[in-house]
Design a protein around this ligand. Structure first.
Ligand SMILES: NC(=O)c1ccc[n+]([C@@H]2O[C@H](COP(=O)([O-])OP(=O)(O)OC[C@H]3O[C@@H](n4cnc5c(N)ncnc54)[C@H](OP(=O)(O)O)[C@@H]3O)[C@@H](O)[C@H]2O)c1
Length: 242
């Protein structure tokens, strides 16, 4: 599976799963436009990728709670390419604590803004570049917390609110963008392990039936979905919990 003819935007790729996606997609030939909340974090991952001999990688700052920052990110990417093929909405602040009172008002605002408003505004600002592609896909990392009736996570209520907002957004977006040729593909994973793709553990992480879901499997879901022919519109990935 190669992605040499894919131009991919990834949010929050400064660490953890966003970084993993950036490294794996670049390894498979994609041109990667990655952002992180700080430019320094984005440039660190860009340099890790360049050190692997992949030069088609670009780093940007994007704070998903700041509409001007999202607009600036999209404008800068648009200054370097006339289209993008895949937008991966990976960024979303996690907030722990099943007690509503445990979080400050600022943490609540930040959590909902990064996951909910940030996702809507990112798609809005990148849509013109997506519509210039012959194979546009929007991939969103939602969460099992964004599925109806879910209550197994210790995440804060505001994280549940952000993920349910994301879920509602991608659901309507999927229907409305389908006639325009854009596939909206969403993943609803439970907690998953995030091994470093550049460490040995990437190859040795247990992948058996009783093991927790691993980032490797989620990367493979994303790669599978975006590489399907256009008639195959995989709308959502849901996972049975261990
Ligand atoms: N890990 C899991 O078990 C799990 C399960 C279900 C769904 N998910 C979802 O999968 C995605 C990736 O998960 P993950 O484990 O890599 O998440 P994570 O370890 O919690 O990292 C969150 C990422 O979001 C970024 N972020 C937070 N606030 C931001 C903001 N205002 N602007 C820009 N970036 C911001 C963080 O950047 P900084 O480094 O600057 O903080 C970090 O890169 C997330 O959407 C998450 O909700 C994860």
């Amino acid at each position: 599976m190669r992605f040499d003819d894919h131009r991919v935007v990834i949010t929050a790729a400064g660490r953890d799963f966003g970084r993993t996606l950036a490294i794996r997609l670049a390894d498979l030939g994609a041109e990667v436009f990655l952002s992180a909340r700080t430019l320094a974090a984005a440039e660190r991952v860009r340099d890790e990728i360049r050190d692997r001999g992949k030069q088609r990688v670009h780093a940007f700052a994007c704070d998903l709670t700041d509409p001007a920052s999202i607009r600036d990110f999209a404008a800068r990417v648009g200054g370097q390419t006339d289209h993008i093929d895949v937008l991966i909405n990976n960024g979303s602040r996690y907030l722990a604590g099943p007690d509503l009172l445990s979080a400050s008002d600022a943490d609540v605002v930040d959590t909902i803004a990064s996951g909910a408003t940030g996702t809507v505004l990112t798609v809005k600002n990148f849509l013109p570049l997506l519509l210039n592609s012959v194979k546009p896909d929007v991939v969103t990392m939602v969460s099992a917390c964004g599925t109806p009736g879910h209550h197994r996570s210790d995440a804060h209520d505001s994280f549940y609110a952000a993920k349910n907002a994301q879920a509602g957004f991608v659901d309507i977006l999927s229907k409305r963008l389908r006639p325009r040729g854009v596939r909206v593909i969403s993943l609803y994973p439970p907690d998953f392990d995030n091994p470093d793709p550049l460490a040995e553990e990437w190859e040795t992480t247990p992948r058996h039936a009783r093991a927790p879901l691993a980032a490797q499997s989620l990367v493979e879901c994303v790669l599978f979905a975006v590489s399907q022919p256009r008639d195959c519109f995989i709308k959502a990935f849901h996972f049975e919990q261990v």
